[in-house]
Design a protein around this ligand. Structure first.
Ligand code: SF4
Ligand code: SF4
Ligand code: FES
Length: 490
C-alpha cells in the first residue's frame, strides 16, 4: 500500500494504482486524451504529464505507478508549460472546424485549450497538413482524419473490447492516420461507442451528427430495455425529442452500450408509432377501442386469459395481474416466462432478449398464476375465448393462438409489433415516456424515468388497464404507477 503526496495532499493507495488514479481519488483532475479507464494504457498523448520529485523529466501520470514516498505536483509551472506545449503540438495540424464540428461543446481539444492553454499558435494555418475528411465508415459512423489526435482509443476499443480489430494507425509521424484494415468493415455490434470515446470530433455518429448542439440537450437517466442485461443509459433530449442515448457507466453492468440498444429510442418517433387503437385492421380513437375491447372481455367472462410480458415493467405486469384477479376474476393468468439468461457475446448482449424476465417473477410471487404450458393447454382445449396481453408476449403462445384462434387483445407501442390476427390493439406509453421498474439478469432493480411526453392521448399501460376495468364496471383504483405496484414486493 504505497503512500504518496499529490499537490501537498497525502494518500495511501493499492499497489498498482497509477498516479492519475491516485490523484482522482484525492479529487485532483489530471487532463488526459489517450487514457480511458476501460482500455489498456497507451501513454501516447502526453497530456497527463506531472512533476515527480527526484525524477529528471516530467512523467505521464496515466502510466506511472504510485510508489512509496512519491511527491507529485500537477500544478507546477513546469507542468502548466508542458500542457500548453502538448496542446500547441496537437493543434498544429488541427483544422479550424469548431463552428461546424459536432463535437463542439464536449470536445477535449476545445475544453483543454480554454482551461490549460490559450496560447496563440506559432504555425500558419496555410501550413497545416490536410487529411481525408468525412468518410462514412460502417453503418453508424463518420471519420474525419483531420480532426484526429492519434490517441488510439478507437484502435484499442476494437482490439480489446470487441476484439474485432478493424482499425489501425497507418503510416508514420505526421503522415499517420487512422484507417480500416484491409478487408475489414466497421460493423461490430458496439461500433457507436467509438464516437463516445473519441475525445475530439474525428469519429461522429451518423445518427446524431448535425441534429442538435450538445449544450441544448437535457439528460434523463434510463435503462436500456433491449435485453436482460439492462444497461444503465441516459436519454438526451430537447423540446420533447430524444436525440441520442448514451451509456451511464457503472461497475455492476456496463461501460458501453450495444448499437441496437442505443438506437432502440428511435421507436418512440418511428413512422409506425401508435397514437390510436386498432380494431381488426382499422384505426380507431382510444376510447372507442377501449370500449370495444371491454365489451369483448365482458362477453367472454369465464373464458378470458391474461398473459403478462417480460417486455413490460413490473408496474404494468402488476396492473395486468390486478385486471385478471380483481376485474375479470379469472384463474387463467400467467406471469411465468422461463428464459436462459447470461451474456452471450462476452461483452453485454444477453441470451434473453426481454428486459424484465426476472421482474415478472416478482409479480408471479405476489399474485400466482398458471404456467405458459398450462395456458396453451387451456387455449387448445377451447376453454379460452379472449386473450389479453402485450404484443410481443403473444409470441410465447403463438402456436396455441393460431390453433385456438381466440380474440386477441394486445397492447403495443408500434404497429410493427402487432401480432397477426390481433382483434384489438391499444397503444401505450413507452418507457421513455413513463416510469417503470425492471429487474436485470443479475437481479438488479433498474428504473426508467420519463424523458419526453407520449403522443397526445397515449397513456401508460396501467392506465389503460384501469380504464378497461372501468368500462366493465370494475374499479381497480390505479391512478399512478405506485398504485399499480401495490402488493408486489420489490
Ligand atoms: S479517431 Fe479519435 S479516438 Fe481514434 S485515434 Fe483519433 S482522436 Fe483518438
Ligand atoms: S446489451 Fe442489452 S441492455 Fe445493454 S445496450 Fe445492448 S440491448 Fe441494451
Ligand atoms: S493520458 Fe497519459 S499519455 Fe495520454
Amino acid at each position: 500500500m504505497p503512500k504518496l503526496t499529490i499537490d501537498g495532499k497525502s494518500i495511501e493507495v493499492a499497489k498498482g494504482t497509477t498516479v492519475l488514479e491516485a490523484a482522482a481519488k484525492l479529487g485532483v483532475y489530471i487532463p488526459r486524451y489517450c487514457y480511458h479507464p476501460s482500455l489498456s494504457i497507451s501513454g501516447n498523448c502526453r497530456m497527463c504529464l506531472v512533476e515527480v520529485e527526484k525524477a529528471p523529466k516530467l512523467l505521464t501520470a496515466c502510466s506511472t505507478e504510485a510508489a512509496e514516498g512519491m511527491v507529485v505536483r500537477t500544478d507546477s509551472e513546469k507542468v502548466k508549460a508542458a500542457r500548453r506545449d502538448v496542446l500547441e503540438y496537437l493543434l498544429i495540424n488541427h483544422p479550424l472546424d469548431c463552428p461546424i464540428c459536432d463535437q463542439a461543446g464536449e470536445c477535449g481539444l476545445q475544453d483543454y485549450y480554454m482551461e490549460y492553454s490559450l496560447k496563440k499558435s506559432r504555425f500558419a494555418a496555410a501550413d497545416k497538413v490536410t487529411r481525408q475528411k468525412r468518410r462514412a465508415l460502417g453503418p453508424h459512423l463518420v471519420l474525419d482524419n483531420e480532426r484526429c489526435i492519434l490517441c488510439t482509443r478507437c484502435v484499442r476499443f476494437c482490439s480489446e473490447v470487441t476484439k474485432t480489430s478493424e482499425l489501425e494507425v497507418m503510416e508514420r509521424a505526421d503522415h499517420s492516420f487512422i484507417d480500416l484494415k484491409e478487408g475489414k468493415a466497421l460493423d461490430n455490434d458496439y461500433s457507436m461507442n467509438i464516437a463516445d470515446l473519441c475525445p475530439v470530433g474525428a469519429w461522429t455518429s451518423r445518427d446524431f451528427r448535425f441534429k442538435q448542439r450538445v449544450w441544448f440537450l437535457k439528460k434523463t437517466p434510463t435503462v436500456c430495455l433491449g435485453c436482460a442485461t439492462g444497461c444503465l443509459a441516459e436519454a438526451q433530449h430537447n423540446e420533447n425529442v430524444i436525440y441520442r442515448v448514451m451509456p451511464r457507466p457503472n461497475a455492476e453492468t456496463n461501460t458501453w452500450l450495444c448499437d441496437r440498444g442505443r438506437l432502440a429510442y428511435k421507436a418512440v418517433t418511428a413512422g409506425d408509432r401508435l397514437a390510436k387503437g386498432f380494431i381488426k385492421n382499422g384505426l380507431i380513437d382510444l376510447e372507442p377501442a377501449l370500449r370495444e375491447a371491454a365489451t369483448r372481455i365482458d362477453e367472454a367472462k369465464g373464458a378470458v386469459a391474461v398473459l403478462g410480458s417480460p417486455w413490460l415493467s413490473i408496474e404494468d405486469n402488476a396492473a395486468l395481474a390486478a385486471l385478471a384477479i380483481e376485474a375479470v376474476k379469472t384463474e387463467n393468468f400467467c406471469f411465468d416466462f422461463p428464459a436462459e439468461q447470461g451474456i452471450k457475446d462476452g461483452i453485454l448482449i444477453n441470451k434473453d432478449a426481454a428486459p424484465n424476465t426476472a421482474g415478472v417473477k416478482l409479480v408471479k410471487a405476489a399474485r400466482g398464476g398458471i404456467s405458459l404450458e398450462e395456458l396453451s393447454r387451456r387455449l387448445l382445449a377451447g376453454q379460452i375465448k379472449v386473450v389479453i396481453t402485450e404484443a410481443r408476449a403473444a409470441g410465447f403462445i403463438k402456436e396455441a393462438l393460431k390453433a385456438a384462434a381466440p380474440r386477441l387483445i394486445t397492447f403495443a407501442t408500434n404497429r410493427g409489433e402487432i401480432p397477426q390476427g390481433a382483434y384489438a390493439t391499444l397503444p401505450y406509453a413507452s418507457y421513455f415516456e413513463t416510469p417503470g421498474t425492471f429487474v436485470n439478469y443479475q437481479g438488479l432493480k433498474r428504473r426508467t424515468e420519463p424523458a419526453v411526453t407520449p403522443p397526445e392521448g397515449v397513456k401508460p399501460l396501467w392506465g389503460l388497464v384501469n380504464k378497461l376495468a372501468a368500462y366493465s364496471g370494475d374499479s381497480l383504483h390505479l391512478n399512478s404507477s405506485e398504485d399499480a405496484l401495490k402488493g408486489v414486493k420489490l
